[in-house]
Write a protein that binds this ligand. Structure first.
Ligand code: ARG
Ligand code: MN
Ligand code: MN
Length: 361
């Protein structure tokens, strides 16, 4: 598989070299670096107040899926030096320890129909939503470190509570949009987008009424035309139907291969943010990356984004100046050997740096 990936990358870089050589032959300067398209350290973040501050919400949480260890993700990312790295980019960093929440024992949290750990997942998401909302209120950019992707219910709800017109860019191998009627597993990390959109059947889980019941909620519902997916390649049949029926824009790996990541990002932004004026919530599941790039994750799927494609997504969003909140989720340090964990944690840190304005030149 890695051989295949390598040759795909090689082929693509050959193609680009050839075309750009041809295109630039007559006029192009020899040293592109003297004419950078990206200057070092992008500084503009319209939805962040000065002094620009990142507020880290570390979420050692694994209740949305069955594999232990994903709760250690945020601890590893912080220990790898993510805070210093962000400071080096010129941000103030606010971090007063990982998010605290009380556990609810399994025996006190029986499934609601097929949906597993509804009380626990709901409770942490509601508290994360308040934390994220508070940081945005204070003018900071919340960076949530997961933990499993059920957390996105909390983070995105928190963003929408302060930026009702925010759009969501969801980078993932999976669509995480199973409803109560379609989930094959009952794991809530495969369902957060369905709850955020308030799809029919999500209201049958009363534990999540703080999010789904619009008669008593200060959280605007996410609209289907305000979310876009990138990197998909493992979408359940019920999810494909939901995406189609709701007219949700999604760029699978097929479109990434066909158009290239640059064009996919243009199209993704055009779809949800044509005037480039709406705040962006970026929720990045590390399993969007190919397992050869980010092996330490609970539900790896081959054929994923390359290292550069993943970073390009973050850089392109940084360039818009519209980033308002960022989640990095599903880093699970207990599933692989140390080498793979180091690789995954380090790529996680560098995705964050790219989204926060680090440039190559
Ligand atoms: N956040 C994730 N890694 N989600 C994986 C979801 C897998 C599958 N679609 C499910 O519903 O269970
Ligand atoms: Mn995923
Ligand atoms: Mn996910």
């Amino acid at each position: 598989m890695s051989l295949l990936r390598a040759s795909r990358g090689l082929l693509r870089s050959r193609l680009t070299t050839t075309t750009s050589n041809l295109m630039h032959q007559a006029v192009a300067p020899r040293f592109y670096a003297s004419f950078p398209e990206q200057s070092r350290l992008l500084g503009q973040y319209r939805f962040v107040k000065d002094p620009k501050t990142v507020a880290i919400v570390g979420c050692p949480f694994s209740g949305g899926q069955p594999r232990a260890g994903v709760d250690q993700g945020p601890i590893h990312l912080v220990e790898a030096g993510i805070i210093d790295q962000i400071s080096t980019l010129g941000w103030k960093v606010h971090f007063d320890g990982h998010h605290q929440f009380e556990d609810i024992a399994v025996e006190h949290d029986p499934p609601r129909g097929i949906v597993k750990r509804p009380r626990l997942v709901s409770k942490i998401c509601e508290s994360v939503s308040q934390a994220v909302g508070k940081h945005i209120q204070n003018g900071a950019l919340p960076l949530t470190l997961g933990g499993d992707h059920s957390l996105a219910m909390g983070t995105i709800a928190g963003t929408l509570s302060k930026h009702p017109n925010a759009v969501v860019i969801w980078v993932d191998a999976h669509a995480d949009i199973n409803s109560v009627n379609t989930t094959p597993t009952g794991n809530v990390h495969g369902m957060p987008a369905a709850f955020l959109l308030g799809l029919p059947s999500t209201e049958t889980v009363p534990e999540f009424s703080w999010l789904t019941d619009k008669t008593n909620s200060s959280i605007p519902r996410l609209q289907a035309n305000s979310i876009v997916f990138i990197g998909l390649r493992d979408v359940d049949p019920g999810e494909k139907k939901i995406l189609k029926e709701n007219g949700i824009t999604a760029f699978s790996m097929h479109e990434v291969d066909k158009y290239g990541i640059g064009e996919v990002m243009n199209r993704a932004l055009d779809a949800v943010n044509p005037y480039r004026d709406r705040p962006i919530h970026l929720t990045f599941d590390v399993d969007a990356l190919d397992p050869s790039v980010a092996p330490s994750t609970g539900t790896p799927v081959r054929g994923g984004l390359t290292f550069r494609e993943g970073h390009y997504i973050c850089e392109a969003i940084a360039e818009t100046g519209l980033l308002a909140a960022f989640d990095l989720v599903e880093v699970n340090p207990s599933l692989t050997d140390d080498f793979d964990v180091k690789q995954t944690v380090s790529v996680g840190c560098s995705l964050v740096r790219s989204a926060l304005g680090e440039t190559l030149l």
